[in-house]
Design a protein around this ligand. Structure first.
Ligand code: ZN
Length: 525
């Protein structure tokens, strides 16, 4: 055909034909898509990570992904069409994993009331509808993602926070469970043991209560140990008479406990301290007599020796003989002061008895370190799955950043927040190494996306509609299908799902009514 002899209408008709033909071809292609079984997506979510902090932190892995991939530090957690949800994790991860805003997925806060994942599901579900053989994996530590958002995954695991080594162990047996009135003015014997992870209390040689699952790997604090009180004076002081106070670095046997209660001294092996008051000022009494109301010199103050300090690290036994008619709280001995490792043996209120063991850090500030441990376990699990399984879509979630932000501050000026980002960077490195070490890696087409659900300001990120530090986030896309460089279009949370599905299925079906658009991919950039 010679174009120069065509009239205008013929030319237009020809062009229309070409367009229709190409549209038809596209439709045919969409209906019979090329083999996509080699397409894989790894989505790494790091909760509450500000882009300015990400860029400030020393993150060789993220630096490489940004350099080789597509990146924006100006993505937004709210769109322009709908902004009525709170700027927190429930709506945030819902938008990321469904590709729609909160009016569609229905989640406006962390109550998840109104969730509508039936109509707007996690993108795993859309993937499985088109590619039933695709394998999906979700590894998270924030339970609501698992419980509410995730509708189906072939491997789904929630990781609880590791138990604190800084837990208080408090065993109290109430007076109405005792057949004995411990305040009847007669001599009684109270003894507590720790054997492995169990504390037990014995009254007059008989076991009266136990507490299992205790983990007391810590040291007593302060310079002194107190008999007849703890580090406090005042109303908690013991009033009456004390005798035979002993502390052992082993757990006495039942037979030895009965011996001790009856007034005999069991095998002295493991005896760390013993107070029998044989040379008390009133030598006739041979007991510690504490009649007066808890003044400054109440009781006895003894040096806290190294072997006493180490007592809570392993099995121990502590005991005292006492005689009182005081119905209130009476501390037999201890060193409690509110902010150091402590070990108290007490008569408590309402005729109860108690052993109280406190870690050096009772406010539990090791929680952030445990967040890091948990992230590490998640990464190790992900690495194992990448080695042993064949995941097509994988979501791996890290939380130390958000936890640190809430505890100390969401800011590039907070060193702990920066460290949390750097920790996750090395976790992500292990994941990417595992991807590259897959035996069939050369024939696989992996898209890695790194994203977050919100930023933060000071120690919060709710009500962030007008707070740029909360609304502004980053987005990284990396892999052979990515067009490297700055993502020029305005990117949003909802784009993560659209980008993942575009890669995995070769299309984003308009019927899904996604609010997000693919970003950073070669065909879409
Ligand atoms: Zn948070």
């Amino acid at each position: 055909m010679k174009v120069n002899v065509m009239n205008r209408s013929k030319f237009c008709a020809g062009l229309l034909c070409c367009l229709l033909a190409s549209l038809f071809l596209q439709t045919v292609q969409a209906k019979e898509p090329a083999d996509q079984s080699n397409r894989h997506v790894l989505i790494i979510g790091m909760d509450g990570t500000r882009p300015d902090a990400l860029l400030k932190a020393k993150t060789p892995t993220f630096d490489r992904l940004i350099k080789e991939g597509a990146f924006t530090d100006d993505a937004n957690i709210l769109g322009t069409r709908y902004q009525k949800n709170d700027t927190i994790s429930g709506p945030g991860w819902s938008s990321i994993l469904t590709g729609v805003w909160a009016d569609k997925h229905g989640v406006h806060d962390n109550s998840f009331k109104g969730k509508n994942y039936e109509l707007f599901p996690h993108f795993f579900k859309r993937l499985k509808r088109q590619r039933p053989d695709a394998k999906t994996v979700s590894l998270v530590s924030w339970d609501p993602i698992h419980e509410h958002i995730l509708s189906e995954a072939d491997i789904a695991q929630v990781f609880p926070l590791p138990r604190s080594k800084q837990q208080i162990a408090d065993l109290r047996v109430s007076g109405d469970k005792l057949n004995i009135d411990t305040r009847d003015g007669k001599w009684h014997h109270l003894l507590a043991t720790r054997q492995k992870d169990t504390l037990k209390l014995y009254l007059d040689g008989k076991e009266i209560g136990s507490l299992s699952g205790v983990d007391l790997d810590y040291t007593l604090g302060g310079d002194f140990y107190f008999l007849g009180r703890d580090s406090r004076t005042g109303p908690t002081c013991f009033h009456g008479q004390l005798d035979d106070i002993r502390l052992w670095n082993r757990s006495l046997t039942d037979k030895q406990i009965a011996q001790a209660a009856s007034g005999a001294t069991p095998d002295r092996q493991g005896l760390v301290a013993e107070y029998r008051f044989e040379d008390a000022a009133d030598s006739g009494s041979q007991v510690l007599d504490l009649p007066h109301n808890g003044g400054k010199n109440h009781g006895l103050q003894v040096p806290l020796t190294e072997s006493l300090k180490q007592l809570p690290h392993a099995d121990f036994t502590i005991e005292a003989r006492f005689r009182t008619t005081d119905k209130g709280r009476n501390i037999l001995f201890g060193n409690y002061n509110g902010k150091a490792g402590a070990l108290n043996l007490e008569l408590h209120e309402k005729n109860s008895v108690r052993i109280y063991v406190q870690p050096p850090d009772p406010r539990n500030t090791d929680a952030l370190a445990r967040e890091g441990e948990r992230d590490k376990t998640i990464a190790e699990t992900a690495v194992r799955i990448l080695r042993e399984e064949d995941p097509n879509a994988m979501f791996v979630y890290f939380h130390q950043t958000d936890a640190t932000g809430h505890a100390i501050g969401f800011s590039p000026e907070v060193p702990e927040y920066i460290t949390a980002i750097e920790n996750i960077d090395s976790r992500v490195n292990s994941l990417l190494q595992a991807v590259q070490s897959r035996p069939n890696f050369k024939n696989e087409d992996w898209l890695t996306i790194v994203c977050t659900d919100h930023g933060g300001l000071k120690r919060s990120h709710s009500d962030g509609l007008n707070v740029p530090e909360i609304r502004r986030v980053f987005l990284i896309a990396h892999g052979p299908s990515v067009a490297p460089g700055k993502i020029s279009q305005q990117a949003y949370l909802v784009d993560v799902t659209a980008t993942a599905l575009q890669h995995l299925l070769g299309e984003v079906d308009p019927k899904w009514q996604l609010d997000g658009k693919p970003v950073g991919l070669k065909a879409t950039k």
